[in-house]
Design a protein around this ligand. Sequence first.
Ligand SMILES: Cc1cc2nc3c(=O)[nH]c(=O)nc-3n(C[C@H](O)[C@H](O)[C@H](O)COP(=O)(O)OP(=O)(O)OC[C@H]3O[C@@H](n4cnc5c(N)ncnc54)[C@H](O)[C@@H]3O)c2cc1C
Length: 535
Amino acid sequence: MRRRKHWGWGYEDDAWSAEQLRAAAPGLEQHLRIAGGEVEHAVALDQVVLPAPRVAPPARLEPICSSDVHSRASHAWGKSYADVVRGFRGRFDFPPDVVARPRGERDVEAVLEWAAGANVAVIPYGGGTSVTGGVQCEVPARFDGTVSLDLGAMDRVLQIDEVSQAACIQAGAIGPVLEQQLRALDLTLHFYPQSFELSTLGGWLATRAGGHVATVETHIDDLVESLRAVTPSGAWQSRRLPGSGAGISPDRMLLGSEGILGVITEAWVRVRPRPQAHSLAAVRFGEFSDGIDALRAIAQSGLRPSNCRLIDSEEARMTGAADGTDALLVLGFEGPLQAQAPVGELLDRALLLCAQAGGEWDDGAVRRPRWEEDKSAGDAVGAWRAAFFRAPYLRDAFVAMGILSETFETAITWERFAALHSAVSAAAMDEIGPGGRITCRISHVYSDGPAPYFTVLAPARRGQELEQWAQIKQAATNALLAAGGTITHHHGVGRDHRRWYDRQRPEPFAAALQAAKRAIDPAGLLNPGVLIDSA
Ligand SMILES: Cc1cc2nc3c(=O)[nH]c(=O)nc-3n(C[C@H](O)[C@H](O)[C@H](O)COP(=O)(O)OP(=O)(O)OC[C@H]3O[C@@H](n4cnc5c(N)ncnc54)[C@H](O)[C@@H]3O)c2cc1C
């Protein structure tokens, strides 16, 4: 069994060595055009000191529980920049006392039962890729301990209904594991967040994650048929239906509940035959705003591209997809084999809209159509795609090199986008100061607006990274909310976004959520402090 690193992204056996880091740092700094500092090294696991566990599981749960340092440290934080810095420095402020790894629903029920009797808070844990403080065991002092409930062992595709094209999948399955099982029948869930490699179906459902498909079915919500969860008050199972207008949706209530209402154990989700035909193009725009005009035209045309990401010139340069002169639109359509001709035609129609907005492309940067196997060919689209999935690994290296990197994402209607873009960029730059920068890409588009995604890179103030991160995050997020955006389009609320979420959501809604939580989880055991105050 490969073991995850106790801090940061990935597995122990693919962490960069000190020599590799020192060798790579100058080239990376030059490429990013950011001056880092001396390469530092993470505090090794055998140097990590944790307080003794305050509680121990009963004998019947011992086979699925552990309290060793690796288990506790690796479940102490999520994967935001601040989490990575804390883990790198060997700081584990709120380690769980126990990590429980249920093998099935019975185990989940048994853990909840023990937790209720022992006054222990329960933090559901999927892949631990939360960037909003969703999985840390920072709970009110009234609890006698915490257990991180890691669903990772519940990773099976339980049933596939080929007639209705749906699958029942356990919540702990990470992206590659569930796709591998569906591939046997040439099916796919076709949901690819950037954290795909390590995040789970349950985590996606609990945070209403966004995949890389840019239009129409952007969120995991759109793929759900029914959900099953274990709550402190019993099982929550909705009926498998393609659609239903029966009152407030029980699925919708669990989607985005971030572990406060129940532990999602499995879901019926829509699957589809693997798309076989792809049409791809990389379109250049001299001005980002021209690219925005093209995006809006495409989003309002009914064309529904699967990929439609506009990347500003600096971000395009950093990913190696372009030279930094122009903004780049990564545009793609996909479909089944028999639809080969249409995906090519759809691309041509979208390219026409790009041309009307001033977009240009090289013939070599257009593929109509091509096969999935060809998808990673060495062009601008391929370069961007490779950089997209490599980014989480690089972030750990940045921390070691003294480079701060963080992202903010939101959504806004078209007519307010330009104002939001300049307000967030200006507010962040005031905090970042000289030597750093903020870039923007549009990750998803709707007929009525885009979802902008900002990336900040700056020389880190060594030893004060957390304060620096908090100041930049506060400035950018205040600006984002003041400009009318949402605190999150897909990263979730967790603990870190609470104060902005509280300003965004209606008060009566908060009261209703609080009451629902009290009814289902009267002792308030599940993820206290996330989404609403712990009663
Ligand atoms: C590099 C990077 C890239 C990312 N890219 C994307 C992206 O493209 N799109 C996107 O949407 N997000 C992205 N994220 C954020 C993160 O991956 C998502 O929020 C993801 O959905 C979390 O899944 P997880 O399995 O890791 O959940 P965790 O991080 O383990 O948990 C997240 C929250 O869900 C709760 N939870 C987890 N599993 C369950 C369950 N079974 N039942 C009840 N509650 C549960 C937890 O208690 C917690 O509150 C990214 C994060 C990183 C670090």
